[in-house]
Design a protein around this ligand. Structure first.
Ligand SMILES: [Zn+2]
Length: 157
């Protein structure tokens, strides 16, 4: 992954291991990508979280598949309806979230671009929030930096 331009150093944290760690989704058969265990702790409902021990988890990247996360041994499979926040690239997700760390939706990005002519992740986050939070490895559903997709969202409007 190239420089995401968010300036917080989250790119450095992302391991090469994560990038190449792939496993087929048991539901749709497409390759999903490994996620840090912190992401699982953030996205799984509290009552389920208790009996999950550390382990290798993956996210299904297929927009049409209803499976969100699964693990290597096949003990766990979480559907998109059983998690805390919608995953932006899944079909029908609502609201569409552009930045998970700072809770910015696609609608908010659209407004910032159209009404205030803001064109960067930083400007838009600071338009809505007092300060910038960047904990993508924990708060983004893929564990990767929010700003990559965020910039794509900006370009759409
Ligand atoms: Zn799937």
């Amino acid at each position: 992954m190239s420089d995401c331009g968010c300036d917080c150093g989250c790119n450095d944290v992302q391991s090469k291991e994560q990038e190449s760690n792939l496993l087929e989704c048991p539901t749709c058969g497409e390759e999903g990508k490994g996620v840090p265990f912190d992401v699982i702790k953030t996205f799984i409902n509290k009552d389920l979280r208790r009996d999950i021990t550390n382990g290798e988890f993956y996210i299904c990247l297929n927009s049409k598949c209803k499976t969100a996360y699964y693990n290597k041994n096949g003990d766990y499979l979480f559907s998109i309806n059983g998690i805390q926040k919608p995953i932006w690239f899944k079909e029908g997700s609502k609201p569409k979230i552009a930045c998970y760390c700072n809770d910015i939706t696609y609608e908010q990005v659209k407004k910032a671009v159209n009404q205030y002519d803001l064109r960067s992740w930083k400007e838009i986050v600071l338009h809505y929030n007092e300060k910038i939070i960047c904990k993508c490895s924990k708060l983004n559903p893929t564990g990767e930096c929010c700003s990559d997709n965020f910039n794509k969202v900006i370009d759409r409007f």
